[in-house]
Design a protein around this ligand. Structure first.
Ligand code: HPA
Length: 283
C-alpha cells in the first residue's frame, strides 16, 4: 500500500499537470463503471489524457483497457470523466483510487458522481433498471482510511450520498420520464460472484443492489470533502434470484444493451448540474 508521504508528491505533480493542461477544475467528476462508458460520447470539446500521464492515478492493469480521463462539458456543465477504476479484487488493496480522488479534490472538483454495474436484489428492479444509491453497506468492512491520522479520519457516513444531488437526479428522472429506483448498495469484494445464501443475508440487511466497487471510493471522497452521488445499472438479478447462471459475459451483455439509456440519463444529470447554485459557490 502506498503511504501518504509517497503519495503527496504524486498528487502535487498530478494537480499541476491537470491545471496546466485544462485550467481550472470542472465542478463535476464522473467515474464510469461497466455499462456507462457510452457517456464519454456526450462530452463536448472533449480532451483526453491517459492515466499513465497522471502520477497519482492508478496504473492500468489490463493492456488494451482504456484508462484515461476525458475533460470537457455537457451542455453548460464542465466535467471530467474517469474511464477505468482500480478494484479491490485486483490487488487486495482498497486504496487504489486514493491518489486520483485526492488530486481531483485538490484541483477543485466538488462532486464525485460514481456509476457502476450491479446485481439486483429486488424483483421491481429487473436487469436494465437504474438505481440511485441512497446509502451503502460495507460488507467486507474494509476501509481505505486505515493508517490515516487526524480526526478527519473519523468520517461521518450518515449522509454519504448527498441529499441535494439525489433530489436533483430524481427531478431529472421525472422530467425525462426515466424509471429510477432508489436504494441501498452493498459492496461485495469479489471477484467471485456471491452465493445465494450471501444474497439472502444482504437482502435481510436491507440491500437492494450488490456490486464490487464504489464503496471504497465513496469513503475516500467523503474523507477529502467531495460530495458524492451514485448511480447503479442493474445488469442481472443477484445470485439465486433467477434461473440464469451468473457470468461476467452476461453482465457485460446486459450493460451493453442498457448502455445508451444509462449514458443519456447520466448526461442529463450532469448537464442539469449547471443549474445547482451550491456547485458554483466557493464553499
Ligand atoms: N454481483 C456483484 N457484482 C456485480 C453483479 C452481481 O450480481 N452484477 C454486476 N456486478
Amino acid at each position: 500500500m502506498i503511504d501518504n508521504k509517497t503519495l503527496e508528491p504524486l498528487i502535487q505533480a498530478t494537480v499541476a499537470k491537470l491545471q496546466s493542461l485544462f485550467g481550472s477544475a470542472p465542478e463535476v467528476a464522473v467515474v464510469l463503471g461497466s455499462g456507462w462508458a457510452g457517456a464519454v460520447q456526450k462530452v463536448e470539446d472533449a480532451q483526453s489524457l491517459a492515466y499513465a500521464e497522471l502520477p497519482a492515478f492508478p496504473k492500468p492493469k489490463v493492456e488494451g483497457h482504456v484508462s484515461e480521463i476525458v475533460v470537457g462539458r455537457i451542455g453548460e456543465q464542465r466535467v471530467v470523466m474517469l474511464r477505468g477504476r482500480a478494484h479491490t479484487y485486483e490487488s487486495g488493496e482498497c486504496t487504489g483510487m486514493a491518489g486520483a480522488l485526492r488530486s481531483l479534490k485538490r484541483w477543485g472538483c466538488k462532486v464525485l458522481l460514481q456509476t457502476n454495474a450491479s446485481g439486483s436484489l429486488r424483483s421491481q428492479m429487473p436487469p436494465g433498471s437504474l438505481m440511485l444509491i441512497a446509502d451503502h453497506i460495507n460488507a467486507p468492512q474494509r476501509s481505505p482510511l486505515v493508517g490515516e491520522l487526524g480526526s478527519e479520519r473519523f468520517v461521518d457516513m450518515s449522509c454519504a450520498y448527498d441529499a441535494e444531488l439525489r433530489s436533483h437526479a430524481k427531478a431529472i428522472a421525472q422530467a425525462q420520464n426515466v424509471m429510477l429506483g432508489e436504494g441501498t448498495y452493498v459492496w461485495a469484494l469479489g471477484p467471485q460472484f456471491e452465493t445465494p445464501a450471501e444474497i439472502r443475508v444482504f437482502s435481510a440487511w436491507g440491500a437492494d443492489a450488490v456490486g464490487m466497487s464504489t464503496v471504497p471510493e465513496t469513503i475516500l471522497a467523503r474523507h477529502c470533502g467531495l460530495r458524492v452521488m451514485g448511480l447503479a445499472l442493474m445488469t442481472n438479478m443477484a445470485a439465486g434470484l433467477s434461473a440464469e447462471a451468473l457470468t461476467h459475459a452476461l453482465t457485460l451483455q446486459q450493460a451493453e444493451a442498457s448502455g445508451s439509456r444509462a449514458a443519456q440519463f447520466l448526461a442529463d444529470v450532469v448537464s442539469g448540474m449547471a443549474g445547482l447554485a451550491s456547485l458554483k459557490s466557493d464553499a
